[in-house]
Design a protein around this ligand. Sequence first.
Ligand SMILES: Nc1ncnc2c1ncn2[C@@H]1O[C@H](COP(=O)(O)OP(=O)(O)OP(=O)(O)O)[C@@H](O)[C@H]1O
Ligand SMILES: [Mg+2]
Length: 280
Amino acid sequence: MSIIETRDLDYHYPDGTHALKDVNINIKKGERTAFIGSNGAGKSTLFLHFNGILRPSSGKVVIGGKPVISQKKELMEIRQKVGLVFQNPDDQLFSPTVEEDVAFGPMNMGLSMEEVEQRVDDSLKMVGMQDYRGKAPHHLSGGQKKRVAIAGILAMDPEIMVLDEPTTGLDPYGAAQILKILYQLNQEGMTILLTSHDVDMIPLFANRIYVMHHGAIAGVGSPEEIFTNLELIKESHLRQPQVADLLRRLQNDGVGVDVKLTVKEARKELLKVIKRVELR
Ligand SMILES: Nc1ncnc2c1ncn2[C@@H]1O[C@H](COP(=O)(O)OP(=O)(O)OP(=O)(O)O)[C@@H](O)[C@H]1O
Ligand SMILES: [Mg+2]
């Protein structure tokens, strides 16, 4: 069953920018979907439609079979179902302390104080920010702010998590940790959508990719389908993962290898070649 769907979604900003053009997407429950595309492609604009922050100029957004409409009650329901982490944490963090910020969502859900405290504890631990509970969010570093913003959404335990560049600004260890958590939550049933410019990371996480360009969907498919489509990659101002680029160059040099997207897969592929050479 599709859990997020858009039908002929078009969006114009008030200044006239035509940011989304006839966008049709279909996300199934339990998928890990990445949206990629150059700066200004429309990724953030699209994500802001998933929990009703922006309303389509025309077309529809359907979540769990129900169209997103502007009634207050429905919007509340949608926002509990779809947790959105903003690209810029400053758009999300507004409480005097980190723990109050993370508690805000669960409190609004009407949970008991005990449950709220438990969730704040757990989610701050997950993102490695448990020692900053009393600190003012605006005194945190960029990456720390991002972690707290993610914790705030984790604490709501939404059915769908929509993260606009969750790993941008995070150190490599922190980024890997966040992806591990998201992967784990997905294994437990959460549907996850994210945007990222990190084409080396995306094949490690996503099982489906949408490519956006100039406000439109330029391509959709598995990571293999997208990242071996060189024309699409060039036209959308992207690049192949470095591992794939290396294998493709070796292929051009006459080495009989298949293009793979991750180090793990590439290693297997290269070991096959080495065995072939040794057997000669
Ligand atoms: N509030 C706004 N008012 C007018 N135009 C806007 C506004 N926000 C974004 N835009 C424009 O809409 C287009 C899509 O922007 P959007 O932020 O969705 O891109 P993006 O794919 O998220 O890019 P990035 O990779 O830089 O985050 C751009 O041309 C941008 O300049
Ligand atoms: Mg963006």
